[in-house]
Design a binder for this molecule. Sequence first.
Ligand code: GLU
Length: 482
Amino acid sequence: MEVRTRFAPSPTGYMHLGNLRSALYTYLFAKHEGGKFILRLEDTDQNRYVEGAVDVIYRTLSDIGLKWDEGPDKGGQYGPYIQSERKDMYLPYAQELVKAGKAYYCFCTKEELEVRRAEAEAKGETFKYDKHCLNLPQEEIQRRIANGESYVIRQNVPLTGEASFDDVIYGHIKVDCSELDDMILIKADGMPTYNFANVIDDHTMGITHVMRGNEYLASTPKYNLLYEAFGWEKPVYIHLTNIMRDATHKLSKRDGDAYYEDYIAKGYIREAIVNYVSLLGWNPGDEREFFTLDELTQAFSLGGLSKSPAIFDVNKLTWMNAEYIRMMNEQEFTAHAKAYYRQAGVDAMDSSVLWRILQPRVEIFSQIPDMVDFLVNLPDYELELYTNKKSKTDSEVSKNVLKMVIPLLEQLPQWDETLIHDRLLGLAAEKEMKNGTLLWPVRIAMAGKTVTPGGAMEIAVLLGKDETMRRLKLGLERLENE
Ligand code: GLU
């Protein structure tokens, strides 16, 4: 039997990392098994629909390389793949259930339900639909429908017995039917609820394995009653454990750190995000930590899925991101860094030198502007910075060094890193000075700070001759006026 999995997001906003992980595992499992990965958009809840969210779904999946075999834009023999376009398919299934006594028409209005809910709550009971409309005579139902009365169709959950299902991760899950509500299958607007549509769609699309977040764990017994009512074969269920911020809190939508886009905006790279997220709740069974999507596909198995919640550790993600950056060549690094160079105003500077000084230090790309800001704006630095024990420098030494260095660099025939290097070190040798004693004041004058990516020669090349000379002279002038 061919494995068919689906990712079934609702277009309600950005992509939560939990959803991204569901999509990823769903894809990996299908591809590992040589099966099909299907994209289905669940947009039956028009109130939650967010403009542009469909594009976010397409963009994010494409961005991370999850190619769907069938989907809204792609077609396939089980289409359409957007629930609102399948609207007319659901009612006949609901009517079939009505005929079999497994569902019924309900005309109770919102107001009536509110009154009954309030009554129940006053008695300290949780309100459950009371099957008020279960036994309406056939003629009355037809008359009220013909009169245009608003109605829904509800599932007729047995009053006794239990509903259950087997989950790959959570094992056998069962609930007493007496605890279950007669959930709405078809809403007053004619749309199916998610609860009904997911069952009809998974069955009619030939889905063999349903993988999704564990917030559906509690409803799945009810879905199984529907499968049983139709006499359909059930899919294999895999409900994924939560991604947690810490031991007690879920990675929540409110904290600004739950969405894929948050991390992209912060300068994380998608391969690192995917790699890290893949390991939140799954392990390959060996010590490996770094995986491309192809390697994940090969390694993935349901047996590696974890039974306990995964803790999202942003430091670990940052570490992994840095490791990915270290593996980049100049071209790859520059392609990622460009936008940040532009933001910092260093995009006209020598990108090879920028690469050389930044690649070993950057952990996430958004750190770049702060790291290179000194190249554009010389900080308003304290003259104390010229004093450094290790380099054996103080204001006096620094003044003398700058006095010698300025004419030396001024006379250089070209502004070339090797040449600058050779001349500066040549001068140190000639004056029998430690290299550090000579380079420290030069670097302070050029950068206005003690810690910089890159050393004096690299900074000189990036600044160019004019700006370097201006800063060196300014440094000297300030030391002289001290
Ligand atoms: N549309 C549901 C959601 O976005 C998907 C649930 C499922 O995969 O069955 O949460």
